[in-house]
Design a protein around this ligand. Structure first.
Ligand SMILES: *Cc1c(COP(=O)(O)O)cnc(C)c1O
Length: 343
């Protein structure tokens, strides 16, 4: 039996959250003298909706998930931090992070003085269920699984993720930042089955709104309530809420961008494979390619010198001599290929 009360930090369960002035009477009052705002001036004189209801309703319709199972953060980085703070007692508890993966899980844990246990993914960057299962202990509260994984680009096997969900007593965070670039539905349809499942998605990648900083977190009503309890009251600005609402009206455009990027990913992978300096292009379900080259640091530096910036992942475990290359426009990809050709 999964019991959230046993897993969450006691101080978080017991605390009384900040009650924001705009919580209780939004919409029913006509005179707001409660929040020390300036009654004159701009479109932005009032504090924004702390619960982002209109935006959540849009997301609810698109993702087919109730509003009370959605948390929105200032980028996915905010729910990553809040999950650690809600569940991990600093200096006591730990999180488990299969490597290589997105760096923010480690950074957030370290900021919060939460210990990190690591385990390696397999050589083809899938979950190693056996070593993962034997890596956690009673103090392990969270496991971070990134699927499609950054920087490798592949989906983790869903039956392996399910194995972890079924055997781990803590929270399993599945980061689906790149799910729109795949042909699978992801884990949202399974939320009802797994009370310990938390899913992260974002408006930063396929939806093309990285600068707005809007990250989405989907989980049970109880877990979402816990995150709401500890979030800064007005964590998403009005400008971001409104602009994101508008952006979400363009789902067709988003799908067209995604289709183009997937086509370009295929073309780029084929062209890169032919280069003399390239040893391997890893299969990708995301909007980037992990590429193993001869002397990655030199290649990286030469690209920098002609104004092309990729991500050097050559110091990362299992990624020796690898560069992570975002799929750009046809023109940008061509510029990259031209330069790589001269190296
Ligand atoms: C890019 C990325 C995100 C997105 O983070 P935001 O803070 O929402 O911009 C989340 N997870 C992974 C693995 C990423 O690569």
């Amino acid at each position: 039996m999964f019991e959230l009360e046993k897993l969450a930090r006691k101080n978080v369960l017991n605390l009384k959250p900040y009650s924001s002035a705009r919580d209780d009477f939004k919409g029913i009052a006509s005179v707001y003298l409660d929040a020390n705002e300036n009654p004159y001036g701009t479109l932005f004189n009032r504090y924004p909706d702390p619960h982002q209801n209109t935006l959540k309703q849009k997301i609810s319709a698109i993702k087919k998930i109730p509003v009370n199972q959605i948390f929105l953060g200032n980028g996915s980085d905010e729910p990553i931090d809040l999950l650690i703070r809600a569940f991990c007692e600093p200096g006591v508890d730990n999180v488990l992070i299969p490597q290589p993966t997105y760096g923010m899980y480690t950074v957030s844990a370290e900021i919060n003085n939460v210990k990190i246990k690591t385990v390696k993914l397999t050589a083809d960057f899938d979950l190693d269920v056996e070593s993962t299962t034997s890596a956690w202990d009673d103090q392990t509260k969270l496991i971070f699984l990134c699927s499609p994984n950054n920087p490798s680009g592949n989906l983790l096997s869903s039956n392996r993720i399910r194995k972890i969900l079924e055997t781990f007593k803590g929270i399993v965070v599945v980061d689906e930042a790149y799910i729109d670039f795949t042909h699978v539905p992801g884990f949202i349809p399974l939320l009802g089955q797994y009370p310990n499942l938390v899913i992260l998605q974002t408006l930063s990648k396929a939806w093309s709104m990285a600068a707005l900083r809007v990250g989405m977190c989907f989980a049970s009503q109880e877990i979402i309530a816990l995150l709401n309890k500890i979030k800064p009251p007005y964590n998403i600005s009005l400008l971001s809420q409104k602009t994101a609402e508008d952006g979400l009206n363009n789902e067709i455009t988003k799908n067209e961008w995604v289709a183009k990027i997937i086509q370009e990913r295929k073309n780029l992978a084929e062209d890169i494979k032919k280069l003399r300096i390239v040893k391997k292009v890893y299969p990708s379900d995301a909007n980037f390619l992990l590429v193993k080259v001869i002397k990655a640091k030199e290649v990286y530096q030469k690209l920098v010198e002609c104004g092309i910036i990729v991500r050097d992942r050559s110091n990362v475990v299992l990624c020796e001599d690898c560069l992570r290359i975002t799929v750009g426009t046809e023109k940008e990809n061509e510029a990259l290929l031209n330069e790589l050709n001269t190296i």
